[in-house]
Each structure stands twice: as C-alpha cells, then as structure tokens.
Design a protein around this ligand. Sequence first.
Ligand code: HEM
Length: 688
Amino acid sequence: MNSFNIVILSAILVICIAAAEDVVDPCCSFPCQNQGVCMSVNSHKDFTCDCTGLEYYGQTCETPIVSRRIKNWLRPSLTTMHKVYTGWPWLWKLVNNVPFLHRAAMRYVYLSRGAAIQSPPRFNSGHDYITTQSHFNTSYYARSLPPVPQHCPTPMGVAGHGELPDIDELAERFFKRKEFIAEPHGTNILFAYYAQHFSHQFFRTDRARGPAFTKGNDGVDVSHIYGLDQGTQDALRSFQLGKMKVRIDEDGQQFPPLLRDAPSVHMIYPPHTPQEEQVALGHALFSMQPGLFVMATVWLREHNRICDVLAVEHPDWDDERLYQTAKLIVLAQNLKITIEEYVQHLSQYKVKLSYDPELLRDEPQFQFSNRIHVEFAHLYHWHPMAPEAITLGNNTYTLEQMSFSTKTVAKHGFASFVQAIATQPAGALRHQNHGPMLLDQFKDVVRQGRQLRLQSFNNYRQLFGMPKYTSFMELTGGDVDLSRQLDKLYGDIDALEFYPGMLLEKSDSSVTPFTMVNIGGPYAIKGMMANPISSPHYWKPSTFGGPVGFDIVKSTTIKDLFCRNMKPGECGHIAFHLPTTEGQSQQQQSNSVETSSSGPSGIVLEPSPVPNYSTLPGDNHSSLMGSQTFSPPAGMTSTPHYATNYRRALTVDDLDFIECQPPSAAQWSSRHHAANNNYCRLREAHPI
Ligand code: HEM
C-alpha cells in the first residue's frame, strides 16, 4: 500500500470515528414518559422505553391502559388539589369538624404524598442506571432521578447551552438580597430556626466524601438533639435519672453543657473561641447561630422534664430506661409538632393536618422505611428565610455578629430571645432574597447540583406529576425582564437547574413556591409517616411508658414545648407565625384552621436540674457568661469577642475551612484567606 492510500484510509477512519462520536445517545433527551426506563440500543442509534408495570405502553410509555386512563380522567391535577387544599374554607370547616371525613382526607394526604416517593429507591449519584448500591449503600443519599449521563452533549441532556451559567453571575443577578423581603404569610424567625434545627438531623452531607454522601440515618432519629454517633450520645447524657447533661445558670435554668464538660462531642468553632463560649450540642454546626442553641435548649429541658414525669410513673425504672423512653416521646413530639403546626403553616392548607399513625394501620402498601434523597436536601436550603438581623431590646444584631456565640441569649435572657424570634419576620422563600452571609450557600448548592448532574427542574416537575413549564414567562408568572435574562443565560426552559428553578418560580398560596411544596411535601410526609414510630408495632402507649407518656405525645404543641420549659409568666406569643394586632394569629386569620390548644398532658413538673452537674470541681462558671463581660454597644457593632479575635465577620467559607483543616491564627486574621481557601473545595471535587 503506497503512502497515498494510507492517507486516504486514515482520513476515512477519522471521518468514521467523528461520525460515530456525533451520534447522540437518544436517552439524553429523556424520551420515556411516566417513569419508563430509557435504554439506548445499537450503539446509541436507537432506544427502547421499558414500561413494565407502569399502566402505560407505547414507544415512550405515553399511552395509558384503559383503567389508568379512567383514573387519570377522574383524578384532579396537582394544581386543582393545591387550590382545593389552600382555598375553599367552607369545605374544610365542614371536613375538619366531621371526624370520619377528616380521617378520610388525612388518609388521602398520607397515601397520595407517600406514593410519590419510590421505595426502595432506584438511584443514587454513583450511576445513571439502577444498581445494587442504590438500596444497599446507605452512605449515599438516594435519588429520585438518576444523574444526567456524562456523555450527553449538554449538562441537562440535550437542552440548553454546552455550559451552564456562571454561578457568581447567577447569584449576583438573581438571588442576592437587595433589600430584605419578608415572608408574606406571616412566617416568623422561630419557624426558620425550627426548620433548620429539625432538618439537620437528616440532612447531614458528608462533606469529606462529597455532596453525594450522607452521614445521617435517613430520617427523623432526633440525632439533632441527642447526637448522631454513640460517643456523642453518651457524652451528652448525665447517666442520672435518664437525663441529659445540663449547665445551670444563676436563675436555676437549664442549658446545654459546655464543650469542655462533654469533650468528645465534635463541635465546629473558630479557633481561639474561649472555652466558656463553646457548647456541646447534637449537631456540630449548631454552634452557628444562637437560634439553634435556643432550639437545642428547649428540647433538652423537655427531655429532662419528661424523665421526671416518667420517674414518678415508674419509680423502679433505671437511668437507661428513663432515657430511652423519654427519647421515644421526644421523637414522637417532633413528628407531631412538625406535621400539625410546622407543615400546616408551611403549606397553608386549610385541611387540619394531623399526625395520626392509626390511619395507616390497614394500609399494607405503606412501607415503614425511608431514605433521604439528595433532591430533598437541595430544595430544603431555605437560606432566604434567614433574616438580616434580630432585634433584642434596644439592640439589633446581624447574623454575622451572632455567629458562634450564645452571648445574645445570655445577655437578654432565654425568654426575650424566644419572644424576639417569634415576633420578627423570616425572609420570603424566593429569588433575590439570599442575605450577604448566605449567598455563598446558594453558590455551593448550585455547584453541588452540577457536580451531581441533577436533571432539570422541568424533569423533576414531570416526575412529581406537574406539567413541564413551556417558557420562562410561564415559570415567573409573566416577569418579562427576568424571563428574558433567564432565557439568554439558560437558552431553554428545559435546561433550568433544579435549585434555582425552585426559587425563581412565581410565588403562590403556600410559604414555599408551588413546585417546592409538591416535591418537598411527598418527601416530608413519607419520611415522617414511614418513621418506625408511626408503625403499628410502635404506636401504642407501652412504647412511651404508658398512657401518661402517650398523652404527652398526643397533646404537645410548639407553645406547650416552650411554655412548659420556661419560668411561669415568661411565655408570650409562641407559634410559627407572627402575632397579629387583634391578638389573633395570622394563621387563624389567613388559614382558618383551628389548632387545638393542648389540654393538660399528665403530670407537669417544673424542670429539675441534674444534681451537681453544673458545678464540676474546679468550675468557676456559674452562669452562661462565666467571667466574660459582654457589653455590645447599641445598634449593630461587633461584640468584644469578635473585635478581639477577628478582623472581619466570619463567613460561611470559614466553616468549610474549619471542618477540613483548621487554619492558623494568622490565617484567621487574614482578610484574604477565605478567597484562597480551597481545602474543602478540593474535597468536594471528589469524584462521585
Ligand atoms: C440562620 C442562618 C443560617 C446559616 C448561617 C446557615 C448556614 C449554613 C451553612 C454554613 C451550611 C453548610 C454546612 C456544611 O458545610 O456542612 C448550611 C447548610 C444547610 N442549611 Fe443553612 N444556614 C442558615 C439557615 C438555614 C435555614 C433557615 C434552613 C432551613 C431549613 C437551612 C437549611 C440548610 C440545609 C438543608 C443545609 C444542607 C445541610 C447538609 O447538606 O448537610 N439553613 N447552612
């Protein structure tokens, strides 16, 4: 063969290879409907959709079988259901007051929401197809949709540009708060802190391994109160009368212990934080804000109060049994408050939501097992809810000023802090409302979504039974300017990313936008009703130490939780919404759901301290403050602590930094270290 022929043959070979490379996997355009599974065949020349067991058939599983067609025809759309749930007060007044109708409505809510979550899960972030790992490797978060395959031409499959918009530009243009936008349904800061505190028990991303992995236990396990690993749980216990370790202040009130009194607990604090300001809590990051410290404190007091009640009922029980039973009661209380008050407010549904596991007793299809999905963790980044600042007395403290410090609680008192957060508004869950301290969190979650190759916002809408948006105008409710800018950046509505899409959607009658409530709702209801404690073998008085314990569970409200654990007369307005001038709650006005003000729940004892714990030999701190002085100037100036130790306010970048590799003192005081911090960023880039 002469050299001319070799050149010709090589050219033909190159053309053939190029042509082969040009063949786009047809599955990249996600052609299969109704959860049909796409498989490309003939080296990406063709595809099949597996419609097995779906009640649909056809090339893309688009055609319903007759019975499915009738069911679809009879079944109202999610939009209609949402309008019915959040409107029609006369209907819900009737339903809420007729027990059998109310039970039927609640069963429908549980079952329809629960059914939207695949159990066992089919996917995780390790593969874009089903594997044994999806179920068995619980160090991964589960996923509702598999990652977009790596070989697809665009990050969203085939839609949009070859590259997604620059994250900094996205954040600055569309998500940064220009001025604080208050949540329009009267949501208060107590709600935001409750959300953060409660959700971090199961959103525990394992940052060292990457955004696909979790350290958590896939559900409501109260590890946010008691700690995740056995060592932490033990370190937070007093091992006397079932109680948690406490520190008693000068007023005789209980607070979580100092870290030095529970040294094996892992907490994140900036280096050089004085020991007497470091507390030991159930989650390493609850050091972040005093609102989390307040939530931890009230649950700790409630646990110890319940131990007293149980000890009266069961004088023969040892420390271990009192502790374990109180923990079960606290877990059930968490579920009750979350469903009946928190989700009630969040959804703005007018059907009175009730936590009633008995409604699922005869439902064999309801599976009492749950996995936390990474999509749920992403949509729950409710950082727009965080306020700019909290006003306590005559002082206003920014979030930065309150970071890693409980001094505001010590200075103004627990009750004043609680009053402040219950009466000041949270931010609206929407775009253009990420405060300066939390904009980096926005960037992080978008970056993680890209690393995980999350499918588009529209694909998730479709999976959860909502029609895909056809344009940015439709998404934004007709905001011409915003739509034009988004169109330019993304190139196609089908390329819009999951988390940004959640916050860009036009606002609606719930606290969260429509898509968020219709994706988050199923994950939440499934997670709570599939908790083992909701199963028939657990849900009985003996689990909770008998009728007295069961009564506590069944009657607890958020108001009880605080008021039972504060000094008499100190408890003011406690709810997940702002008070109104008429003394009537916003929720009662706008939502007209009558929430029961709980009756007596068995014996109520004053909190009793664990003897001798607060004054370990050698301790000279008898108050929260210890010997430190705290005198923040009026207004928004820094506390002496920060003025002394840091030349700038802490930022969220610092947290990553601490978690991975503690900086030196010199680095801490450098203005520029955050920008150069790539320790954790490198770890996050860990291949999935
Ligand atoms: C009050 C101010 C807040 C601050 C300073 C804050 C800060 C942070 C930081 C630094 C992280 C990253 C944690 C890490 O590196 O592991 C984070 C994660 C997260 N935050 Fe917030 N946050 C705040 C409020 C909230 C609220 C109100 C919510 C509502 C639920 C929330 C939900 C989340 C979630 C779901 C994550 C992901 C947790 C994980 O995947 O492990 N945050 N936040």
